[in-house]
Design a protein. Structure first.
Ligand SMILES: Nc1ncnc2c1ncn2[C@@H]1O[C@H](COP(=O)(O)OP(=O)(O)OP(=O)(O)O)[C@@H](O)[C@H]1O
Ligand SMILES: [Mg+2]
Length: 359
């Protein structure tokens, strides 16, 4: 059974001023998040990510559609029933949302009190949680005595206090530096692997998705425009908006000024080749070029790795007899795209490798 199921979920806000149009923040989202999965949701500011999160943990009612957690409906419940649902969902935030007047201990104790856990059990549970997040020695510190990374560890301990099955992380690392981000992501990976908790990571940072998510959904103006395994989405993005996100962490095909600079620096025809495990690999590419007597230089791109699988986009400057170059490019088929002679003309769209495989 999926941990979270969304069916045609819509959230429309009434107009902010009279005469304005209502705003549809979430526009017909359907998806299933598997039990034990780390699921990423990415999208630009205003895409509807946080709204979706507030619908999942029932902080706001949906306008229409259905949400289920562990097969139990979240939509259409009364306030009293919702309290039980919310206890099964942990939540962490960009600004940590800790009580500044309470100690670390007091912050983690808060949800235990709220859930009516007997006082006698608090000591053991809180110390267990603080050990798990590596803050046993900070129990009596106040939030303003902690670094950002430590604050988020407290946030995670607090979110886990009532043993939820699902943890929602809305931009949980966006206020942290890259190194601290990686530490917090490593902790979330442990939460998932050791406690079996399903995690939904909402972010606008592609490298967060890359390092932690099993699958990812790309949101654009309230809709999910692309969804798939992180490796597939990164190695062969289908949508233009996904390609823009992916290009922030993975080198794609050179465009605009980059392409113009390459043209000035290199002779020969420029061809972008997509390589990936399970698709065309580097040895095949260079084997084809050698067989046709084509010389090459790698002038742009790179090889990346997600979940132990490699993929990359390499742009090559090819030199040799024109007919030989054409024959080699033709043999590489869908994996290769020749870049336009003049950078002002549009490059032919690079066909995603998994489209080619499906055929
Ligand atoms: N309570 C509200 N009332 C009216 N409009 C809202 C409300 N909450 C969100 N919106 C609007 O819904 C849209 C989606 O907002 P949301 O906060 O979900 O986006 P987001 O993807 O989380 O963006 P960000 O990356 O900036 O956090 C925006 O246009 C926003 O202005
Ligand atoms: Mg948001």
């Amino acid at each position: 059974m999926p941990a979270i199921t969304l069916t045609d979920v819509v959230k429309t806000y009434p107009p902010r001023e009279k005469g304005a149009a209502p705003l549809t923040a979430v526009d017909g989202v359907s998806l299933e998040i598997a039990d034990g999965e780390i699921f990423g949701i990415i999208g630009y500011s205003g895409a509807g990510k946080s709204t979706l999160v507030r619908l999942i943990n029932a902080l706001e009612p949906t306008t229409s559609g259905r949400i289920e957690i562990d097969g139990r409906p979240v939509t259409g419940l009364r306030e009293r029933e919702l309290r039980g649902v919310r206890a099964g969902i942990g939540m962490i935030f960009q600004q940590f949302n800790l009580f500044s007047s309470k100690t670390v201990w007091g912050n983690v104790e808060f949800p235990l009190k709220a859930a009516g856990v007997p006082k006698a059990d608090h000591q053991r549970r809180i110390s267990e949680l603080l050990h798990f997040v590596g803050l046993a020695d900070k129990a009596h510190a106040r939030p303003d005595q902690l670094s950002g990374g430590q604050k988020q560890r407290v946030g995670i301990a607090r979110a886990l206090a009532t043993s939820p099955g699902v943890l929602l992380a809305d931009e949980a690392t966006s206020a942290l530096d890259p190194e601290t981000t990686q530490e917090v992501l490593a902790l979330l990976r442990r939460v998932n692997a050791e406690l079996g908790i399903t995690i939904v990571v909402i972010t606008h940072e592609m490298d967060v998705i890359k390092s932690i998510a099993d699958r990812v959904a790309v949101m654009d103006r309230g809709r999910v425009v692309e969804i798939g395994r992180t490796f597939e989405v990164f190695s062969a993005p289908r949508e233009a908006s996904t390609r823009r996100f992916v290009s922030t962490v993975v080198a794609g095909s050179p465009e605009g000024d980059d392409l113009a600079a390459l043209r000035r620096r290199h002779e020969g025809r420029l061809v972008t080749v997509r390589v990936s495990e399970g698709g065309v690999d580097q040895q095949q590419v260079f084997g084809v070029l050698a067989r046709h007597g084509v010389r090459f230089e790698i002038v742009f791109g790179g090889i990346d790795e997600i979940g132990g699988r490699t993929f990359g986009t390499l742009t090559l400057a090819l030199t040799g007899a024109d007919g030989d170059v054409s024959a080699a490019v033709a043999e590489l088929g869908a994996a290769a795209t020749e870049l336009p002679a003049s950078p002002t003309t549009e490059a032919a769209p690079v066909r995603p490798a998994h489209d080619a495989e499906a055929r």
